[in-house]
Ligand binder design. Structure first.
Ligand code: 6PG
Length: 244
């Protein structure tokens, strides 16, 4: 694994870096193939999507990109809690992407059926490495408690599940979620954490600062075995980091 920590002066600069990563990776795709991206929920990805809508919507070859989700809340796609709806409103509705390139998680159906259905969607549409789908680009957020996607500290063992998608619940609200596990996250070519705001600096330090013993939490288990791990931080989230 190659770990790259980047600190940006603004969310726009962070977003611009990520847009260029999409462009760069789309140029590496062979004729007839697709760049595969897993979107995440969260407040920073939303800003990134809005930035891309405003600045890159005609620059990125969307017809050659397939979009998936690393986690979803089990609600209908028009619900304000839906990660699909967030991405649709902030980006998808503004770009020219064929509908068949968008593979949302069905939050409206029985989660135990959806974890299986989505597994087959991934296996049928993403190149496999070691029999597991391998994303070109995996977006992830970081919760204050160290959760990522919808794997929370209270069910951290799901990260090492044999499944690639799994039904879990939010620890406080009890809301059902569908989430990728470590099996597919760590099989990605490029994983990007999006973390902004001073409120996240405590957990960022606990995971990344060499002065501290490494905290074990779902996000700290993200280590793409044969890929790049990017931590995209703003100055606030990076407050106190000493090893860079
Ligand atoms: C979700 C997310 C989740 C999120 C983090 C960070 O569906 O809630 O995928 O993992 O990315 O909670 O969220 P913020 O950026 O809003 O703090």
């Amino acid at each position: 694994m190659n770990k790259i920590i980047k600190i940006f002066n603004s969310r726009n600069l962070l977003s611009d870096f990520f847009a260029k990563e999409i462009l760069k990776n789309s140029e590496l795709i062979d004729e007839g193939d697709f760049l595969t991206i897993a979107f995440s929920g969260g407040s920073t990805p939303k800003k990134v999507f809005e930035f891309i809508s405003e600045n890159y919507k005609d620059k990125i070859p969307w017809e050659r990109i397939k979009i998936f989700w690393s986690d979803e809340r089990c609600v209908p796609p028009d619900d304000n809690e839906s990660n699909y709806k967030m991405a649709y409103d902030a980006l998808i509705k503004n770009i020219s992407i064929p509908e068949e390139n968008i593979f949302r998680i069905y939050g409206e159906i029985d989660p135990s059926e959806e974890e299986v259905r989505y597994k087959y969607v991934l296996k049928g549409n993403i190149p496999l490495i070691n029999k597991i789908p391998s994303f070109d680009i995996m977006m992830l957020g970081l919760g204050d408690d160290g959760h990522t996607a919808s794997i929370f500290p209270n069910n951290i063992s799901l990260f090492n599940s044999d499944k690639i998608c799994i039904n879990t619940k939010h620890p406080e609200s009890g809301q059902d979620r569908i989430t990728f596990t470590g099996k597919v996250i760590n099989n990605s070519k490029n994983v990007y954490f999006f973390v902004t705001g001073k409120g996240k600096s405590k957990i960022v330090n606990e995971i990344l600062n060499v002065d501290n013993p490494n905290k074990i939490c779902p996000a700290s288990l993200v280590e793409p075995s044969d890929g790049n791990l990017y931590w995209l931080l703003d100055k606030g989230a990076a407050t106190g980091l000493k090893n860079i």
